[in-house]
Design a protein around this ligand. Sequence first.
Ligand SMILES: Cc1cc2nc3c(=O)[nH]c(=O)nc-3n(C[C@H](O)[C@H](O)[C@H](O)COP(=O)(O)OP(=O)(O)OC[C@H]3O[C@@H](n4cnc5c(N)ncnc54)[C@H](O)[C@@H]3O)c2cc1C
Length: 412
Amino acid sequence: MPRAVVVGGGVVGSTAALELAEAGWQVTVCDPDLGPGGCSHGNAGMVVPSHIVPLAAPGVVGQGLKWMLDPRSPFRLKPRLDPGLWRWTARFLRSATRGHVERSAPALREIGLLSRRLWAERAAGLPFAFGFEERGLLMLARTAHGLAEEEEGARLAERHGLEARVLDRAGVQALEPEVEVRAAGGVFYPGDAHLDPGGFLRGLWGHLEGLGVVSLPWRIDGFERRGGRAVGVRAGAESLPADAVVVAGGAWSPALGRLLGFELLLEGGKGYSFTLRREALPVRVPALLVERRVAVTPLGGRVRLAGTLELAGTDRTIDPRRVAGIAAAPPEFYGVPEIAPPATDDVWVGLRPCTPDGLPSIGLAPGWENVVVATGHGPMGLSLAPATAKLVTGLITGTPLPIDPAPFRPDR
Ligand SMILES: Cc1cc2nc3c(=O)[nH]c(=O)nc-3n(C[C@H](O)[C@H](O)[C@H](O)COP(=O)(O)OP(=O)(O)OC[C@H]3O[C@@H](n4cnc5c(N)ncnc54)[C@H](O)[C@@H]3O)c2cc1C
């Protein structure tokens, strides 16, 4: 049986492990912190084929600069003396153009729609439930200005064949019978879905064990090479042979890139979430509160609030001012009482692996014939994980790929 090592057991590495095990490989997942320490457990759980605009887009820079001045705002770039951060920023600024959005949208659409379909198949086929619901997504705008901007997004989505419905306040209210809507309106994307990310990973790990996938609490710090191929991985004095390696180290992947001899430009985009009883905010449809960039996701009897994007490398400290900013957002959009910010212990923190051009990095590591990189999904790693796993497995096994991975080449 051929042996694959997956470095990193977040949602991207774990779904790749599942796909490889199903393809007949003996899979070992190495991760010193399999659990909520990565970015995959406490995220907002949204599956968003509607998101075809990359993070690097026009308007983001001006808005980001304004937000930098507000400690409760949803965005911050923490300056640090790291040439990688400055190269990342320069590349991000170069990418934030209309042309880049137009070029990237078809690729994001392809991978997003494939992944959405695969999530539905997984929900029907896996032997455990993970709260997969097909209720769409509301981009909820408090102001007329916010709604006008979202309408532009809806037109772009429609040009790319995605369904988008522009709704006034009454239209949104009709979708939300249990809570008063105070927003100006919104854009509803009926093709989106959501799930419980922590529930999915817990169920998946039980299932992977049953398939014979082994997990080792190893931090990989070296690759063994013969010619153009990896023949194993190392962690301190330990080593493990491999016929193929998947690098899915999330925001920590740049260090793995250096070990492989290439620069993987990635920044950790720190975000927070906390989960309340549903009564505090009884929404039915997941929503993104546009002006506050806060995600609201119903998860069974609970509701999750998630938000902020602080470019802070791999720093995971929690800034209570930004958590308070998340808690303050829902009463501006819905008729609900104030939400008290949670204690720091009740806040989940995750680092989104953000590439400067907003597209994931999926493909062979430069100079390697059997090392596949799968990272850089930024705010969409959960959404895009099943399609990424298909691409990874196709690249390793040489089977036909469901979509063209060229736009996602790690050395683009
Ligand atoms: C607040 C918030 C809300 C979000 N909401 C959504 C959403 O609604 N929908 C969506 O699609 N996405 C969302 N995201 C983004 C999503 O969570 C990430 O894109 C995704 O979790 C990334 O998964 P990953 O497997 O690449 O990384 P991770 O989950 O971070 O996993 C990487 C793993 O690699 C391990 N690792 C690192 N280095 C090594 C090494 N040397 N050796 C071994 N292991 C190593 C780490 O321990 C870690 O467990 C959100 C993120 C945040 C922060």
